[in-house]
Design a protein around this ligand. Structure first.
Ligand code: ASP
Length: 444
């Protein structure tokens, strides 16, 4: 039988009405066997996620603040779900255990994980599926890093004999038996790990949007929806701030070749976005898949006559960044110039020392720091067989009266990255998007 793993995000499971929609989706296809759940999220824009209420509870115990308010709100959220779904569930017993551990000083991760834990138990009861605790299967090492192989073994052992199951997202267990969580939004990662372990044919990620858009709708009016995107394209765009999907959730599926489908719980008929290894050949040609920008970069520019003849110059320069614990993002070079672009936040507190080291070790003619840069990535496999994309990008930005500070094209021709001043980022993205989506694709 085909096996589909589904993950529902917090807004898809925010209350009983949303849980009913999710249950209808699960029941509509027998291949939908393993369900990974988030904690109840926001029911409306002014609402608070249960995970945030849990963090507030833990902080209240730690700092002697008001515990009753967040705890009461959490109890109400779950009590409403139990009542509306008419579940035969010992909520009072579960909450008693939780409150006892909370007051006894339980760790932040344990407390935060209870949203996923309880919601999954309720949803399992509603669906009539067995509940599998992520603490028995998702394993972290002593540094809090996921042990992907042990997790895969355990998930496979536990889940493969089961026809169906509900598994809480977001958390697992460390070597000392204590709960460990992923970073925020980490239920996406749990879903991907489950999909890999059960060799799913598809990983459906159910959220509150009908897939990914080719640009940020706060910047570009009515951007095109992305029907298909490759894992690599997604990685490039996620890095630049596309946030539909947790970036660590891509790798387990990419490795196992499992397609990911981003779907909308509130519009289940919409096909959403498919994330795949390679784009289907039947698609109409398109130049770009998406354009995204990110602010907060600094470029350290180093100039030295005859730099090109000096063996080891680049290696020494990059070693200086490594010695200061600064990772770099791009490194465009000229004959006698080299720039290293990094997140400005990484340079905080060490920029002057790092530049002094460059002066001392490399004796350059000049070292300058250019701050407040934004990087814009134009991403798409279509660029590699389409002529004139770079020209279109540069003319779009030029016509918008914006100065390009740096250009970098990845060796796979999957992306072109430009740097502009932060204040120009939104206008540059709008200009590029308009130019490239209006453009006819010319194969070359
Ligand atoms: N509930 C967690 C969060 O709010 C994890 C998740 O929803 O994926 O970040």
């Amino acid at each position: 039988m085909e096996t589909i793993v589904l993950k529902f995000g917090g807004s898809s499971l925010a209350d009983a009405a949303q849980i009913r929609k999710a249950a209808d989706i699960i029941r509509s296809d027998r291949a939908r066997r393993y369900v990974v759940c988030s904690a109840p999220g926001k029911r409306s824009s002014g609402d608070v996620k249960v995970t945030d209420l849990l963090y507030r509870c833990q902080e209240a115990v730690q700092n002697g603040g008001d515990l009753a308010e967040p705890l009461g709100l959490i109890e109400n959220r779950f009590a409403e779900i139990v009542a509306a779904l008419e579940l035969d569930f010992d909520l009072a017993g579960e909450l008693e255990v939780f409150e006892e551990k909370l007051r006894a000083g339980a760790g932040r991760a344990y407390v935060a994980s209870r949203g996923e834990y309880l919601n999954s138990k309720l949803i399992a009861a509603y669906l009539g599926f067995p509940f599998v605790d992520a603490a028995d299967c998702v394993v972290f090492d002593a540094e809090g890093v996921l042990d992907a192989e042990e997790t895969n073994r355990r998930l496979f052992t536990v889940l493969s004999p089961m026809e169906r199951a509900v598994i809480p997202g977001f958390y697992g267990v460390g070597p000392d038996g204590e709960i460990v969580t992923f970073s925020r939004g980490g239920s996406d990662v749990t879903g991907a790990l489950v999909a890999r372990a059960v060799s799913a044919s598809l990983y459906e990620n159910w959220t509150d949007v009908s897939g990914m858009l080719a640009a940020d709708p706060r910047i570009v009016e009515n951007p095109r929806r992305i029907d298909y995107i490759s894992y690599q394209e997604l990685r490039e765009l996620t890095y630049m701030g596309f946030s539909v999907f947790h970036e660590d959730a891509v790798f387990p599926c990419q490795r196992a070749g499992i397609p990911i489908n981003i779907r909308n719980t509130n519009a289940p008929a919409d096909p959403g976005t498919m994330i795949v290894a390679s784009l289907p050949r039947i698609l109409p040609p398109r130049t770009i898949t998406g354009v995204a920008g990110h602010k907060g970069f600094t470029s350290i520019q180093v100039e030295k006559a005859l730099m090109n003849a000096e063996i080891g110059f680049g290696a020494t320069l990059l070693q200086i960044f490594a010695d200061h614990g600064v990772s770099f993002e791009h490194c465009p070079t000229g004959i006698d110039t080299m720039s290293v672009i990094c997140f400005s936040s990484y340079l905080e507190g060490c920029k002057n020392e790092l530049m002094d080291d460059i002066r001392r070790k490399l004796h350059p003619d000049a070292v300058l720091a250019e701050e407040h840069l934004a990087l814009i990535a134009v991403v798409g496999h279509g660029m590699s067989y389409s002529r004139g994309v770079a020209a279109a990008i540069f003319s779009a930005v030029g016509e918008a009266g914006i100065n390009i500070r740096m250009i970098d094209q990845g060796s796979s021709e999957l992306n072109i990255i430009i740097a502009v001043e932060e204040k120009d980022m939104e206008n540059a993205i709008r200009a590029i998007y308009k130019k490239l989506t209006e453009r006819k694709v010319t194969n070359g």
